[in-house]
Design a protein around this ligand. Structure first.
Ligand SMILES: *[C@@H]1O[C@H](CO)[C@@H](O)[C@H](O)[C@H]1NC(C)=O
Length: 209
């Protein structure tokens, strides 16, 4: 055997061993069967990508983690989840709302506040909020009693009331000077008087002739 030919056989054996190693532990499809013949003059057009070796005319032996006719596809193991795309072995590009090495984690853009938790709901990342909070990030407090008269819900069950109103739902008007003679404060500084009284504080008794 000529030295050059012996060299080729050695390379072929080394590649066969390499292929056997690469095949072990991977169930990914391979373009090449074991026991191939290595042709040192082989031409692959288009060329093998990602360090694939041209072993016969138009037949590539792919490096670990790649597959396809020209070894053009990266192969992620475990596979990319939730519609992620394998960019290179072990590296997935994840669709919005998913993260982690294999896109297996749900990430809610901006996070979930106030004890909310991020879940995939029908393939879409969503914050699931505790009962006292709402909004896409659980950023809005809920006031089950309602906030009336222009009040704003600032914390669960807590209304911030505009001036002139008090109470859990801002439902109580404030009259800075109290209403007299059984009059009732119905809006800020406004008394509703019982007859026969009138005036801003119900302080006047109407005259009947
Ligand atoms: C491979 O291709 C080249 C050129 O295209 C050709 O000359 C050669 O004979 C081919 N080899 C085999 C084993 O078919």
């Amino acid at each position: 055997m000529a030295p050059a030919a012996r060299g080729s056989v050695a390379v072929a054996l080394a590649l066969a061993a390499l292929l056997a190693l690469c095949s072990a532990g991977s169930d990914a499809p391979r373009g090449v069967a074991l026991g191939f013949v290595f042709d040192p003059a082989a031409k692959c057009e288009p060329p093998c990508e990602h360090s694939g070796v041209c072993i016969r005319n138009d037949t590539c032996l792919c490096a670990r983690g790649y597959e396809g006719e020209t070894c053009q596809y990266a192969n992620c193991d475990p596979k990319c989840k939730n519609g992620g795309v394998c960019l290179r072995p072990g590296k997935c590009r994840c669709p919005p709302g998913f993260g982690g090495r294999y896109c297996h984690k749900v990430t809610c853009d901006g996070g979930c506040w106030n004890g909310g938790e991020c879940f995939a709901v029908n393939g879409v990342a969503k914050c699931i909020c505790p009962s006292s909070w709402s909004g896409s990030k659980c950023q809005e407090a809920t006031c089950p009693q309602g906030c009336r008269n222009g009040g704003v819900c600032v914390a669960p069950g807590i209304c911030s009331c505009p001036e002139g109103w008090l109470g859990g739902a801002c439902h109580t008007a404030v009259c800075s000077l109290p209403c007299l003679n059984g009059g009732k404060c119905v809006s800020p500084n406004k008394c509703r008087c019982r007859p026969p009284f009138s005036g801003q504080r119900c302080q006047e008794r109407k005259k009947y002739n």
